[in-house]
Write a protein that binds this ligand. Structure first.
Ligand SMILES: NC(=O)c1ccc[n+]([C@@H]2O[C@H](COP(=O)([O-])OP(=O)(O)OC[C@H]3O[C@@H](n4cnc5c(N)ncnc54)[C@H](OP(=O)(O)O)[C@@H]3O)[C@@H](O)[C@H]2O)c1
Length: 210
């Protein structure tokens, strides 16, 4: 029952891997280069080196669940948004389906369902998330789509909300809280074909992600 974490070396990815490791949750961290290995090895976390732009089928070996928290990031152009956030994600969905994975957990983004509503600069990214989410929904792979709001580096509070109505308009969530939410989702194996917006708030994670 091992979870492959794609994007493990990212900010959310590392937060999540550390929590999963402390919780004894079996994970395999997909990273892009050997220089990234020591952080994981120090914590006893298994790694596999692979790239979403290449052949990454071997990364799925021995796993039955996939957490996708990769992203091309704000410092690359729409070309990488297309290749990583969209095509990389759909290839990961295909790979999970071919292996008969029990679930695919997608880190998407709040309001990805309406890219036109985003600021112009963010529209290609939102369109990529929109299409990747749609692909996953139609894939037949049991899934959970988590839609965090604007990410911050605030410490974890483990108190969250499910909508901007609930927060009185606040649209942020800490990466640390996202990581706690992902750990909850990874463990909640019976939860499938669900979608959740995630913001910092006042409620417990298990109360919101149910
Ligand atoms: N920024 C926001 O406000 C916001 C809001 C909602 C959702 N999100 C989503 O949250 C997720 C993670 O956020 P974050 O802050 O943790 O991002 P991050 O720190 O930039 O991490 C992204 C990870 O993706 C990996 N990656 C990039 N290209 C790859 C490739 N070709 N193959 C394999 N892995 C690749 C990176 O690898 P390296 O470490 O090797 O570079 C990095 O580890 C993303 O899906 C993002 O779209 C962001």
């Amino acid at each position: 029952m091992t979870t492959l974490v794609i994007g493990a070396n990212g900010q959310i990815g590392q937060h999540f891997c550390a929590l999963a490791c402390d919780a004894g949750e079996p994970i395999r961290a997909m990273i892009r280069s050997p220089e990234q290995q020591p952080w994981f090895e120090e914590r006893g976390i298994e790694t596999v080196i692979a790239d979403l732009e290449g052949d990454f089928a071997h990364a799925l070996d021995g796993c039955d669940q996939l957490l996708f928290t990769a992203g091309s990031g704000p410092h690359t152009g729409p070309d990488k948004t297309l290749l990583i956030d969209l095509y990389g994600a759909t290839r990961a969905v295909d790979a999970a389906r071919e292996r008969g994975f029990s679930r695919f957990l997608m880190v998407s983004a709040m309001r990805a369902e309406d890219p036109q509503a985003a600021p112009e600069k963010l529209r290609p990214y939102m369109a990529a998330k929109f299409a990747a989410d749609a692909y996953l929904r139609c894939s037949g792979v049991p899934h959970v789509i988590l839609k965090p709001g604007r990410l911050t580096d605030e410490p974890a509070t483990e108190r969250v909300a499910a909508s901007v109505e609930e927060t009185g308009g606040e649209n942020a969530v800490s990466r640390a809280n996202v990581a706690h939410a992902l750990l909850h989702l990874v463990k909640a194996r019976g939860l499938t074909d669900r979608e959740f917006v995630l913001l910092d708030g006042e409620r417990g994670i298990a109360d919101v992600l149910t």
